[in-house]
Design a protein around this ligand. Structure first.
Ligand code: TYD
Ligand code: MG
Length: 596
């Protein structure tokens, strides 16, 4: 660093750099902007320390607070003398902007003349917007992606709040008077809690309702996130059709589906393929929020769907569609719209590379509910998970299957991770069934193990944490006396599922034992329990729910930690036999014995 600073101070005055060595020049530019940040950080303090590249040392300045900024911009130590260095000038300008925007934020009204046009720097990758140029995007850290946008400030800035106020006010005739604080009992008296939520009919509707916390709440703003292509538009089109039909409440009503990504014909084509033919579903293709809300006004729909929030924009707001300001302001406009009109609004949001919606997670705290749609690339199953829900639990999970004509609710979601039943699985060693929970849902998962003696020793695990697998193998060797040392061990979780819970430990151990002992486990036995370092079986949460799922699916035996027997006492599991075991040795002696 020191050497770099020295070098910088030496060559800093030579204009040769930019022309002869563009790479080095770029490096210096980054270095230069880092220095600028240093100044900016201390811009509100009385004492500021800056690095002076000419002397190569840190210089502390004491400046009276009110004059501080002016002093810094007058005696800018980084103002390169060469006026033909365009890049250097650019840096200077952005520095000027930074000072200016600092003023704006802290309420000082200096530099009024210059505030007519304002530059913002928007990352072309993630949409992050900054008031000044940095060598890299401070959000996604990619270099060279910050592009300059100049915004003419006409003094009357638009915000999502203003737009929705304007539209909603012209819409609602009643000047409902001033809002005053109300007693909670009075508020609740006016609401019929049974009919408060809008029910969604049919198996598909039930599955969506479940994730929403029991139905659609009037005036709610719901964000549906997910990877591109996972099926968000398909899901929303189906939900829109159900709301429009309104079977549960007996009368159809308009629903407006707005797409900024597809044309009306494209959506219509898709709807046709999915056999959606309700009269009340209206499609519209637009990206302008004011236009969309204006059209919604005419239609007065039962619900509004925006596909997607990254494609819509608000006139007068800085940045391009998908940028942080646009996304924020558009969401704010839609939030006000939903709250004022009691029309539920759904937003579709693409998840970016980093896993966030619209770069930073700006939307999550604005909206009422965030649902994520997940799916494996090669599996037709889709999970809809509540990540945040102001009107219900986030424990809920919807399970769907993508079919050629849209999403369908899965009839028996507990079994989606099971492989097809083989008639010969009775004789296949190395398979064991685990029971895991996801939210409030129970899933049975098949775990496979293969112990191959004599081959070059290796361990491959798929869907199980490598550390956890190592631990279970070591415990089997040490505490249960299995001679696994000379075996290559492979573990696999069927269907590409991942075992995240320790409740699957026992099934992993059982699968390894089964393969090692060449003793097939009958396919009607399930295993629930955590394995401790002493080989003991430990309790896991929600035992009752897990065991009852296993019973419902027709399993005959379920191996659980002995401590669980107490909590399961007195419960009726039909034909299921619950076997309590203290440790792995006991499991081996119970399961891996020939029936007399
Ligand atoms: P889509 O809803 O367009 O995804 P998103 O809006 O999240 O980007 O769904 C795209 C995928 O869904 C596409 O790859 C094909 C598949 N699909 C079906 O399998 N069946 C269908 O009926 C539909 C409409 C889509
Ligand atoms: Mg889409």
């Amino acid at each position: 660093m020191r050497a770099f600073q020295m070098l910088y101070s030496r060559v800093h005055n030579l204009n040769l750099i930019s022309t002869k060595y563009p790479q080095i020049h770029k490096l210096f530019k980054t270095f230069h902007s880092t220095n600028l940040r240093f100044i900016n950080d201390s811009a509100t303090a009385d004492v500021s320390t800056i690095y002076d590249p000419v002397t190569g040392s840190l210089v502390t300045k004491r400046v009276p607070k009110s004059k501080h900024t002016a002093a810094v911009s007058d005696k800018d130590p980084y103002k390169l003398s060469s006026s033909d260095d365009a890049d250097a000038l650019k840096d200077d300008r952005s520095y000027g902007n930074a000072v200016k925007s600092n003023h704006g934020r802290s309420g000082f009204g200096v530099n009024k003349k210059k505030s007519k046009s304002k530059s913002t720097w928007v990352c072309s990758d993630c949409g992050y917007t900054d008031g000044q140029w940095w060598g890299y995007c401070r959000e996604c850290k990619s270099a060279g992606t910050m592009k300059e946008f100049t915004e003419i400030d006409d003094g009357g800035k638009t915000s999502g709040f203003q737009v929705s106020e304007k539209i909603v006010r012209s819409w609602l005739p009643k000047g409902s008077g001033e809002a005053v604080p109300m007693r909670v009992t009075d508020v609740n008296r006016g609401i019929n809690h049974l009919n408060w939520r809008f029910p969604l009919s049919g198996p598909f509707g039930n599955e969506v309702s479940r994730v929403l916390g029991g139905g659609l709440v009037p005036g709610s703003l719901v964000l549906i996130g997910g990877d591109p292509g996972v099926g968000k538009s398909t899901l929303m089109l189906q939900i829109a059709a159900i709301i429009a039909e309104g079977r549960e409440i007996g009368k159809p009503a308009p629903v407006l589906y707005v797409s900024g990504e597809e044309s009306v014909e494209q959506i219509g084509n898709r709807a046709d393929r999915m056999e959606i033919n309700t009269e009340e579903l209206f499609l519209y293709s637009s990206t302008d929020i004011e236009d969309i809300l204006g059209k919604a006004q005419v239609l007065s729909p039962r619900a509004l769907i925006i596909d997607s929030i990254q494609t819509v924009h608000l006139m007068g707001v800085t940045g391009s569609a998908g940028g942080i300001y646009q996304v924020k302001e558009c969401t704010a406009a839609l939030l006000r719209f939903a709250k004022k009109t009691d029309i539920p609004v759904f937003l579709i949001g693409h998840v970016t590379k980093s896993g966030d919606i619209a770069g930073p997670r700006v939307l999550e705290h604005i909206v009422d509910a965030v649902l994520y749609m997940e799916g494996e690339q090669y599996s037709s199953h889709r999970l809809l998970r509540a990540f945040k829900n102001r009107f219900g639990s986030t424990d809920e999970l919807g399970v769907f299957e993508m079919s050629p004509c849209g999403l369908k609710a899965v009839a028996n979601p507990s079994e989606i991770f099971l492989s097809e039943e083989h008639s010969d699985s009775e004789v296949l060693a190395g398979l064991a069934i685990a029971v895991i929970m996801d939210g409030s849902r129970t899933f049975v998962i098949e775990i496979q193990a293969l112990c191959a003696a004599g081959t070059s020793l290796s361990r491959q695990v798929n869907g199980v944490q490598a550390g956890r697998a190592d631990m279970i193998i070591s415990v089997l060797m040490k505490q249960a006396g299995l001679k696994l040392q000379s075996n290559a061990i492979f573990l696999n979780v069927v269907s590409g599922a991942t075992l995240t819970e320790t409740a699957g430990d026992l099934a992993v151990a059982a699968a390894i034992c089964s393969s090692f002992l060449e003793f097939p486990i009958p396919n009607n036995v399930a295993f629930i329990g955590e394995v401790g370092l002493g080989g003991e079986l430990r309790m896991v949460p929600k035992m009752e729910k897990r065991v009852s799922t296993v019973a419902k699916l027709g399993y005959k035996k379920c191996v659980v930690p002995i401590l669980a027997l107490k909590s399961l006492q007195g419960l009726d599991f039909g034909e299921l036999e619950v076997l309590g075991c203290k440790n792995l040795k006991e499991v081996i002696n119970t399961v891996f014995v020939q029936d007399a």
